[in-house]
Design a protein around this ligand. Sequence first.
Ligand code: PGA
Length: 250
Amino acid sequence: MRKPLVAGNWKLNGTRASIDELVQGLLQGMSQVGETDVAVCPPFVYIDHVRGLLEGSRIDLGSQDVCEEDKGAFTGEVSGPMLRDVGCSYAIVGHSERRSIYGESDELVARKFAAARRNGLTPILCVGETLEEREGGITEEVVARQIDAVLALEGIAAFADAVIAYEPVWAIGTGKTASPEQAQEVHEFIRGRLAGHDEGVAAGIRILYGGSVKGGNAAELFGKPDIDGGLIGGASLVADEFLTICKAAG
Ligand code: PGA
């Protein structure tokens, strides 16, 4: 049985004051969340502050990115050892906004995945196609290429302690969610592709769905056999909405 995971990706949002309020709201409602892992991924500068707020709670911490190098002359970067030092358990790698806005290649994402793992962070590897790619009928090809880049560098065993998030780019922040059937189809494809390398790893890995998940559509998405939770953007900034999603997963 795979334990569901719901992770909030706060992106470039928040102030100390708004984060205090958000976390307060989450802590108040967590007792009603069932058997599911919950994590939040604040902007780097607030991670340590949020760690303090979460102390003693069952909410884990993650980062939105990680440097592929562990230390040295890489101005502006944040490393895996630093993220571990401030209490992170997860690191998102290859989010579509990093790929499209900051030009991160499949190879760079694979190196970030490796950096997360060697520092004891569970990578949340984001994959997904653009609208153009979906309409061109190459969704599976794109997702396979993104996963294969990591397989080539790290091998299938590395996926035993990783999470994948399928996030169709056309569904992120647009209000357009993939239908549960559309999402399930790709999740099944991803699991099948990993099963071609190792069936046990494929059966155990959590594959999250992300892209306009809300309190109102989460239960239906999470009801699909290969959807093991969600990576939540906009809705993770509203405590009640995020808690409703967490409850739907548990
Ligand atoms: P969204 O973002 O929930 O706002 O669509 C999801 C994500 O980008 O991780």
